[in-house]
Design a protein around this ligand. Structure first.
Ligand code: PRX
Length: 642
């Protein structure tokens, strides 16, 4: 345990006792707690009711009757106070290239964009697909959607044309916004060409807006495509906001689950914004002097909540980083920190593992004096990596917060608070205000109490009650929402994670307990990769499992059975997944096997395949139930040396 760093006079949580006191109040009377917190937003009309929650039907509503606008709360009200205050800092792919965007300019850009959306016929409730690199236009587009009441669906620009097409169709987006190219280190990615492929023959897509980010001249389809700058050039920089109901949808974000079809997680207006804003305020102990640098991509939920909505709602300048941690070298993050005077750095263990390989020098050659808080998100952080982050990157001076949450939770649910919570390397520590984690055993019973010597307390992590940032449904499929999250442990939200509670009540996330892999912090459903493989003409069957990977945390291994009369190499099958999903989901290992271990009823025994991938050679338990026990030995032979 490492004691909390000393709080300062303006810390939002002055001590562990102060945390416990506020926490107790927040769970005893969540409605009163969140009613108080909701004063952090500007409301056009106050709410009639604070919360409604039915865990059986998964009806969740916060601040019903209230009206507000997210864009107003993140932009207008701050521009009115000081239009020169920096809102966003674009850190371009090219080292040393920055663009500071003050609130006044942000307001004008967002208004122009909102007017353009209106000109294209976008109305309240319509879905707009954003397939963009980390450039300011992405932030303008999201805030413009929020301004006119449209629902944005940001698709990470690493997804393939096929995956993008599925997401455009599922959401029914008539407008797609992209860029001619994205830049990542030395590479240019032809995003517009990917969009062309994705929307080919899709009647639903009426307009494609293209941001000009590089000199590349993509093919433009007359009548459908236009340069964003041309469209914006026609617009006036004033646009009234649409006053939205608290429960009107704000965005859809697709994420992986246990089936092949991605889920469109839906978040709504007031609850999401309030939760992103207040978690940002407390977990990063946000101060007016802060400059926040979150290294995530806005294509994932971390970017939505902690690059855009959380910081901007708090008027804290936020960095949009286009590049990668290793470009041009392993010093890049710290260089950006020094150049901009960043005070908070929020990153992922996978990036830290990649940087650690280069040793301390790329870090220690920079000053990093401005930093005061370091955050980690996306996967369990191994204590060794945690210590390097704390001791070397933070010079032992900065608070480290390990923040546990999910796309579905909208914001951070378990984390320490600076100045208050003692740090425990590897543990996300304690629940945020209003959050009630509980652990369930295999029989669906709650496991009470803390661990004691010789008696570890662990189970599947569930949450009781509701919190404002909770997802409200899966777009177009509420039954799946109920089934996925509220059926395993009736009455509770099931996270899909395993967890241990230690002697001091700290929570240690042990990883997913379902068929979801966490690969470099990206969430990938094994079923999704399997269905991508099965699309290949030569593939008969495929089973995908994870295995420990030094850099990625989890690597992907695919066992594939191919047709005897067709040729498909491991490389072909890797390419197949790249085309169907994207390079980030590509299996690290593809093993062509004669058959898969199955029960007599035909169920694939993934447990055995997982054990083999983890390096087990002998202990597989009882194989007598297998239809063909010999197949295990054959697979083992094929895995020698991997
Ligand atoms: O397994 C947990 C892991 O990431 C999952 C959620 O993934 P996603 O929806 O993509 O959101 C990632 C960013 C919020 C969780 O179910 N996870 C996230 N944060 C942590 C974590 N595992 C351990 N420690 C964390 N701090």
């Amino acid at each position: 345990m490492i004691p909390a760093k000393a709080p300062h006079s303006s810390s939002h949580t002055a001590s562990l006792e102060a945390y416990h006191e506020r926490y107790a109040r927040s769970v005893e009377d969540p409605a009163a707690f969140w009613a108080d917190e909701s004063a952090a937003l500007d409301w056009f009309r106050p709410a009639d009711q604070i919360m409604r929650f039915d865990p059986i039907t998964a009806e969740i509503a916060w601040f019903t009757g209230g009206k507000l606008n997210v864009s107003y709360n993140c932009v207008d009200r701050h521009a009115a106070v000081d239009p020169t205050r920096t809102a966003l800092i674009f850190a371009a792919n090219a080292p040393g290239e920055y663009r500071h965007i003050p609130f006044g300019e942000l307001l004008r850009e967002v208004c122009r964009f909102a007017n353009l959306l209106r000109e294209l016929g976008v109305k309240k409730g319509d879905r707009v697909c954003l397939y963009l690199p980390m450039i300011p236009e992405l932030a303008f587009a999201m805030l413009a959607c929020a301004r006119v009441g449209a629902v944005h669906s940001v698709v990470f620009a690493g997804f393939s044309a096929e995956a993008l097409r599925d997401r455009i169709l599922d959401a029914g987006s008539a407008v797609v916004v992209t860029a001619n190219e994205g830049l990542r280190g030395d590479k240019a990615i032809a995003l517009k060409a990917i969009v062309d492929k994705a929307v080919l023959g899709l009647d639903v897509v009426k307009h494609v807006l293209v941001a000009r980010h590089t000199p590349a001249e993509p093919h433009m389809v007359p009548g459908r495509d236009q340069w964003l700058a041309d469209g914006l050039g026609r617009q006036r920089p004033y646009c009234p906001v649409e006053w939205m109901d608290a429960e009107d949808p704000l965005f859809i974000l697709y994420t992986s689950g246990s089936t092949g079809k991605p889920k469109g997680v839906l978040h709504t207006t007031a609850g999401y914004l309030l939760y992103a804003a207040r978690t940002f305020h407390y977990v990063f102990d946000a101060q007016p002097t802060d400059i926040h640098f979150c290294t995530a991509d806005i294509g994932w939920v971390t970017g939505h909540s902690y690059i855009l909505y959380g910081p901007l709602c708090n008027a804290v300048p936020s960095v949009m980083f286009e590049s990668t941690p290793l470009y041009p070298d392993a010093s890049r993050y710290w260089q950006v920190v020094d150049d901009l005077g960043a005070t908070i750095l929020y990153t992922a263990p996978t990036a830290l593992r990649a940087l650690m390989r280069f040793g301390d020098e790329p870090v220690t050659r920079t000053s990093r004096r401005s930093l005061r808080i370091l955050g980690s998100v996306g996967e369990p952080i191994n204590p060794g990596v945690w210590r390097w982050f704390h001791d070397v990157c933070g010079d032992g001076r900065c608070t480290v917060v390990d923040t546990w949450w999910q796309t579905e939770t909208g914001g951070i649910l378990i984390s320490g608070l600076p100045g208050a919570t003692p740090m425990e390397p590897g543990s996300a520590t304690l629940p945020f205000f209003g959050v009630r984690p509980l652990l369930m055993d295999a029989d669906g019973r709650e496991v009470h109490g803390n661990s004691s010597p010789g008696h570890p307390v662990s189970g599947n992590l569930c949450l009781a009650g509701t919190w404002p940032g909770q997802a409200r449904t899966i777009f177009g499929d509420h039954a799946r929402f109920v089934q996925t999250y509220f059926s395993a442990y009736p009455g509770y939200y099931f996270t899909g994670d395993g967890c241990r509670r230690d002697e001091n009540g700290n929570y240690w996330i042990t990883g997913r307990v379902d068929d979801v892999l966490n690969v470099s912090g990206h969430r990938i459903g094994t079923a999704e990769v399997e269905s991508a493989l099965i699309e290949h003409a030569a593939v008969v069957e495929a089973a995908v499992v994870g295995y420990p990977h030094e850099l990625k945390g989890t690597g992907i291994r695919a066992y594939v059975v191919t047709r005897a009369d067709m040729n498909a190499s491991a490389a072909d099958l890797q390419a197949q997944v790249r085309i169907a999903i994207g390079a980030f989901a590509m299996p690290d290992q593809v093993i062509l096997v004669p058959g898969l271990p199955k029960t007599r009823s035909g169920k694939i025994m993934r447990r055995i395949l997982r054990k083999i991938a983890e390096g087990e050679r002998e202990q597989f338990g009882d194989l007598a139930t297998l239809a063909d026990p010999g197949v295990v030995a054959e697979i083992l032979d094929l895995c020698v040396g991997l």
